[in-house]
Design a protein around this ligand. Structure first.
Ligand SMILES: Cc1cc2nc3c(=O)[nH]c(=O)nc-3n(C[C@H](O)[C@H](O)[C@H](O)COP(=O)(O)OP(=O)(O)OC[C@H]3O[C@@H](n4cnc5c(N)ncnc54)[C@H](O)[C@@H]3O)c2cc1C
Length: 458
């Protein structure tokens, strides 16, 4: 590769208190938290809408509740509240969620299924951000950081109109990829420990017949009933155990990394036929990512063919939506002051500086949090090492793959967002660094904003 020396350029500049880089699952919540705490907040999002992976990758929002159903005698507890829950309430009011439907089969995986209409979610959170006074800069790519020693002073952005500098006092990296932390010189690795995916919203399907296919083969592995198309007690989640389904179908599905778990909030539609591709290099490799993007779209076409051929009720299936880019489960892993371990997760450990409680593990029932309880995310786990005014929130923390299989889930990312956004606003208003914020002040503020805690925080 040759090099080109970029000449210095005079850019227009603006200033705010808090910059949230990446308006996805965690970033939306971080921006709401910061703005509601009085910070002049700018949310920088590359796509044309806020939402991120919660509207692009997943089947359901795991999980606002503890895993009580898998542990006889353990009580049902709502363990994540605050802004994440408020968002789902707003999406529900707009007709865009299943409600919190109890799992009837597969409750050793999650006790509840909370699924969303991805398009309603995008609009509702955009409106909420506007109501909170966030400057929502969509279609805006964060391209660089302006750093002075251990302090970030600003970021550079790029839009169709050109480049701009934005100065601020406090920054949250919720880009998933860790773009801001990397540009600011933080330590990171690229573990490339997951396949990438794209997920399809499938139209023209009969949800009852899709579920009946699994029933007929005695293969139902997940099942929940909730709100669908304005009616309660409808199928909203279903999945089939592959080893009980016709072998020829399963063999073809395996070739394209296709899973059968679906959720829906609409008749004649279900979401998220997930397709997995393992990339040879990290997803920050542009050309490798381009290969994967094409491969995933070919697999999507094949997945629809398989549905039409093999599953009754899917004869007229078609792709109603895809994710705009491939979905990553991890990009860069950003080094933070504390690294949550698998032991912390499984033992249900709480810390003196907890910022949220969380009780779901994606590998349940193989890995579950002790006694259907919760563990804590400590504030230190969000502090990007070596930088005094940068917080990380979302899939970019937690090095241990099995621990990450818990912390990377949507509701955990959202909770991290509320903590990071709140801390950023408090620090910006006092003009202090992230480590100078007294935990008691943060805890009091989070509690006032309806964040739920387990463990006594001392
Ligand atoms: C296929 C798949 C299925 C999943 N299934 C589930 C599930 O069923 N349940 C569950 O709970 N979790 C699931 N997850 C995990 C979960 O969805 C993600 O881990 C979580 O949503 C990540 O949130 P985040 O805020 O870290 O990142 P994101 O939500 O991805 O947000 C990052 C945002 O930053 C933006 N961005 C990135 N770089 C820049 C830049 N330089 N400038 C501006 N903007 C930028 C992106 O456009 C994006 O909007 C799944 C993940 C995948 C990939």
């Amino acid at each position: 590769m040759d090099y080109y020396e970029e000449p210095a350029k005079r850019l227009p500049a603006r200033a705010c208190d808090v910059i949230i880089a990446g308006g996805g699952t965690a970033g939306v919540v971080a921006a709401l938290a910061a703005a509601r705490r009085g910070a002049k907040t700018m949310l920088i999002e590359a796509k044309g809408y806020p939402g991120g992976m919660v509207v692009e990758g997943g089947t359901a929002l795991h999980s606002f509740y503890n895993l009580w159903k898998a542990f006889p005698g353990v009580e049902k507890r709502q363990v994540v509240k605050g802004i994440p829950f408020e968002i789902v309430e707003r999406v529900s009011q707009a007709g865009g969620a299943t409600g919190h439907a109890e799992m009837l089969v597969g409750y050793d995986y999650d006790s509840i299924c909370t699924a969303i209409d991805t398009e309603i979610y995008k609009r509702v959170v955009f409106e909420m951000l506007r109501e909170a006074g966030v400057h929502v800069a969509v279609n805006t790519l964060l391209t660089d950081a302006i750093v002075d020693g251990t302090r970030i002073k600003g970021v550079l952005t790029e839009t169709h109109a050109g480049r701009e500098a934005v100065y601020a006092r406090a920054f949250v990296d919720s880009t998933g990829y860790g773009d801001l932390a990397a540009r600011a010189g933080a330590d990171y690795t690229e573990p490339n420990d997951y396949p990438v995916a794209n997920s399809i919203g499938v139209g023209g399907v009969d949800v009852e017949q899709y579920h009946a296919f699994f029933t007929t083969h005695d293969a139902v592995s997940q099942y929940a009933r909730g709100w669908r198309s304005g009616k309660l007690d409808q199928i909203v989640r279903t999945d089939g155990a592959a080893h009980k389904l016709p072998a020829d179908f399963v063999a073809e599905a395996r070739k394209i990394g296709m899973s059968f778990v679906t959720t829906t909030v609409h008749d004649d539609y279900f979401m998220f036929i997930k397709l997995n591709v393992k990339m040879p290099a990290s997803s920050t490799d542009r050309d490798a990512a381009a290969e994967a993007e094409l491969e995933l779209r070919k697999r999507q076409a094949r997945a629809i063919e398989l549905l039409r051929q093999h599953i009754p009720g899917c004869e007229n299936a078609f792709i109603a939506r895809t994710s705009p880019t491939l979905c990553i489960r991890r990009g860069r892993l950003i080094t933070c002051d504390y690294d949550i371990t698998l032991d912390d997760v499984l033992e249900g450990r709480h810390f003196p500086d907890d910022v949220l409680a969380y009780g779901f593990h994606d590998s349940a029932p193989r890995l579950q949090i002790k006694n259907g309880g919760t563990y804590g995310i400590p504030y230190r786990a969000l502090l990007v090492a070596g930088l005094e005014n940068l917080w990380a929130a979302g899939m970019l923390i937690t090095s241990d793959h099995e621990a990450h299989m818990s912390t990377r889930n949507t509701v955990c990312c959202m909770g991290q967002g509320q903590a990071a956004g709140t801390a950023a606003a408090l620090c910006a208003s006092r003009n202090i660094g992230s480590r100078a914020l007294p935990y008691a002040d943060l805890r009091r503020t989070l509690e006032a904003d309806n964040v739920y805690f387990e463990g006594n925080g001392d």
